[in-house]
Design a protein around this ligand. Structure first.
Ligand code: OGA
Ligand code: MN
Length: 206
């Protein structure tokens, strides 16, 4: 049962009511069938193409004055989905994210004003050490959404997203057709993978 560790989080369909309830009660959930399989395949192809063209750039940690590249702490390379060099798949994903943002807003009154998302490629061995997505000087990020684009992935490949929920943690495999949604204040980390690991990380911001 490769997915046994995922079962501790609610695994629900792309219904804003269910997602809102899970966020309010548990702080996190897995969203089934989002993005839809065809879009997942297109996003995967688009990201591979952008990587081929060397358009992804090493990610940094911290903000503004405290911005630094630390490959030992964070090893992925990224490109924002609203970059004009991204294609139709990125645009479609952003459209669906906007729908989620508006619905969650109506249900939870979170004041979510915008969404942002980047493609991320973790080369083999790369990690992102334990962190929160809220910066010390800004609490704009409220909800984190991570969609995985890796068609074949087993536990032996590593690369789990480890999410810390109160005293426990839960590990999620970055398998395609998995989207994880959680409150951005929660700590999490990306464990090193044996293979290249592709994802989209998105944030709903107030
Ligand atoms: C991030 C992040 C998680 C992942 O980009 O902040 O935590 O699984 N990404 O890619
Ligand atoms: Mn993060």
């Amino acid at each position: 049962m490769p997915y046994s560790k995922m079962l501790s989080l609610p695994h629900i369909s792309f219904q804003p009511e269910s997602i809102a309830q899970a966020l309010a009660e548990v702080g996190a959930c897995l969203i089934k069938d989002f993005p839809p399989p065809v879009l997942t395949t297109q996003l995967h192809a688009e990201l591979r193409q952008l990587a081929e063209e060397s358009l992804l750039k090493p990610a940094a940690i911290g903000r503004a004055g405290n911005h630094q590249e630390r490959r030992d702490l964070r090893g992925d390379s990224t490109l924002w989905l609203d970059d004009p060099r991204c294609g139709q798949a990125a645009e479609t994903y952003l459209g669906q994210l906007a729908v989620l943002r508006q619905s969650l807003n109506q249900l939870l009154f979170l004041g979510l004003k915008e969404a942002e998302a980047h493609y991320a490629l973790y080369p083999p061995g790369a990690r992102y050490t334990r962190h929160r997505d809220r910066f010390r000087d800004s609490d704009a990020r409220v909800v984190t959404v991570v969609s995985y684009l890796n068609p074949e992935w087993s536990a032996d490949d590593g690369g789990q997203l480890r999410l810390y929920l109160s005293q426990q943690h839960t590990d999620i495999l970055p398998h395609a057709a998995t989207t994880l949604c959680f409150l951005s204040e929660l700590e999490h980390e990306v464990l090193p993978a044996r293979r290249e690991r592709l994802s989209i990380a998105a944030w709903l911001r107030r």
